[in-house]
Design a protein around this ligand. Structure first.
Ligand code: GLU
Length: 289
């Protein structure tokens, strides 16, 4: 298949752990098996959490695992003008609106009128969706705000959409599950959803290979692709690794960093081969779904 391209897209907000190694190996091997390209994209626009000093460690970890990528690493922080232009397109089309709510205001509104629960928790109650134009303009100049997609209106505009996961098959896109998702944050020029969708198209990603924890996010990405007239890649959402407690390995649970193993003299290529062959370290397993 000519032009098959995958990517690994870590966020430098913590050190890589075995779950990342599994994800990187899966995307890398998928590309290489298909004589395709494998790109490394550093998702470093998460204002408060992104730590530039971790980028070199990510590169060292991947090289230690024996994973080579094509071209130079790509950095989201160098693409901010592109995200901004895309946000303006959505706003000009009446499909995005500024939201001035604080977390506590949202929680209070949700307590008052229980909200549906989406993949990321209770959905936004829509407080700022229909503010009068004058008030919206005045507050935009005076108050910190994020930008939200008017998801119902955008779905209306786009019509029914589908995407395909190579394991799970064809999916009807259900971005409405998330309610009005944030597309640009108060502290970041674009949300994960907006930046990743634009980047996958800009980078010519034909196959998005990533963990099942991002399966639902693809519903939103499919909608954004339709709004911007971007191609829809194929997706492969792979299983996740779990720790001894059966829960997915994650930075926040303090899963052991690859750098600890690397510095302890573990052979990274051997570790990568063990992971490929499902010989996982004690206590680590592949989650059932
Ligand atoms: N940057 C995201 C993360 O580290 C991954 C994004 C993706 O693969 O789409 O979780």
């Amino acid at each position: 298949m000519p032009g098959l391209t995958t990517r690994f897209a870590p966020s430098p907000n913590g050190e890589l752990h075995l779950g990342h190694a599994f994800a990187a190996i899966t995307a890398h091997d998928f590309a290489r098996r298909n004589k395709g390209a494998f790109l490394l994209r550093i998702e470093d626009i998460d204002g408060t959490r992104s730590r530039p000093e971790l980028v070199q460690g990510i590169i060292d970890d991947l090289q230690w695992l024996g994973l080579g990528w094509d071209g130079e690493p790509l950095f989201q922080s160098q693409r901010i003008a592109r995200y901004d232009a895309a946000l303006h397109r959505l706003a000009d089309a009446g499909l995005a609106y500024p939201c001035f709510c604080t977390r506590s205001q949202i929680a209070a509104a949700q307590a008052h009128k229980p909200a549906a629960t989406g993949p990321d928790g209770p959905v936004y109650p829509g407080t700022c969706r229909d503010l009068p134009a004058g008030e919206r303009q005045r507050r935009r100049e005076a108050e910190p705000h994020c930008w939200r997609l008017d998801t119902a209106r955008a779905m209306d505009r786009a019509g029914p959409l589908y995407w395909c996961d190579l394991d799970a098959g064809e999916q009807l896109a259900r971005p409405g599950l998330f309610g009005d998702v944030i597309i640009a944050r108060k502290d970041a020029p674009a949300s994960y959803h907006l930046a990743a969708t634009l980047d996958d198209a800009a980078d010519g990603i034909s196959h998005v290979v990533r963990g099942r924890d991002l399966f639902a996010a693809t519903h939103v990405h499919r909608l954004l692709q339709a709004l911007f007239g971007l191609p829809t890649p194929l997706y492969l959402h792979h299983a996740l690794l779990a720790g001894p407690d059966g829960r997915k390995l994650s930075k926040s649970l303090g899963s052991a960093a690859l750098s600890v193993l690397r510095r302890a003299g573990v052979n990274g290529r051997d570790l990568a081969d063990d992971i490929r062959n499902n010989r996982l370290p004690a206590g680590i397993s592949v989650m059932a779904d």
